[in-house]
Design a protein around this ligand. Structure first.
Ligand SMILES: *[C@@H]1O[C@H](CO)[C@@H](O)[C@H](O)[C@H]1NC(C)=O
Ligand SMILES: *[C@@H]1O[C@H](CO)[C@@H](O)[C@H](O)[C@H]1NC(C)=O
Length: 178
């Protein structure tokens, strides 16, 4: 039984290495070389076990998952900062930030749904890009009128979220229809 299984495994792994399918490490390097924060990009994509066998769409889903997880953490951070805040206008500002992060999470989710399709149309791809860039820039508005001494923690945190969304954007730029 075991013996007869072996050739099948060989066959599967050989057929998986079709020449038109780039090894994932090459693909990751290609994507991350275009990202603003290449080292973060390499670190997060390489540390996800799913990356080893992912194609471009697969890496898109992985990067979306990572950005969504980060946005959820930011939402928790905002909730705890709001609890500590004594100033009511600051509390309102945190509510606004939480809402922006909630929207970004929804946008990322929508972009991820598109990648579930087997074939992408040009419309799918442009929708993906629009959602990814909305997620990338949305939480920015959180900082526009924030008192300068306040959420430096948030600003730092937002930088990482932006870097993560940028990976999604880079992948979106490489998606092809058909
Ligand atoms: C709340 O903080 C803002 C920004 O620092 C300040 O302009 C405002 O006067 C503060 N309000 C109260 C009630 O302390
Ligand atoms: C890349 O991201 C990491 C983690 O957020 C950060 O510490 C580092 O400063 C960033 N590097 C650049 C060039 O932005």
């Amino acid at each position: 039984m075991l013996v007869s299984l072996v050739p099948w495994f060989l066959f599967i792994s050989l057929s998986d290495a079709r020449p038109n399918r780039k090894p994932t490490t090459t693909l990751i390097n290609q994507i991350c070389s275009q990202a603003q924060n290449s080292s973060l990009c390499l670190q997060v994509l390489e540390s996800d076990p799913r990356s080893a066998h992912a194609d471009l769409g697969g890496l898109g889903k992985i990067s979306i998952d990572i950005a969504r997880k980060d946005a959820k953490q930011k939402s928790n951070l905002i909730a705890s900062l709001k609890k500590e805040a004594t100033n009511s206008s600051l509390k309102g500002r945190y509510d606004y930030c939480a809402e922006l992060y909630g929207d970004a999470i929804d946008d990322l989710h929508g972009a991820g749904q598109i990648l579930n399709k087997k074939v992408l149309s040009p419309f799918d791809i442009s929708t993906f890009r629009i959602k990814a860039s909305a997620a990338f820039s949305g939480p920015n508005f959180c900082f526009e009128e924030v008192p300068p001494n306040e959420p430096s923690k948030l600003k730092e945190a937002f930088k990482k979220f932006k870097d993560l969304c940028e990976i999604v954007l880079v992948i979106g730029a490489s998606l092809k229809s058909g």
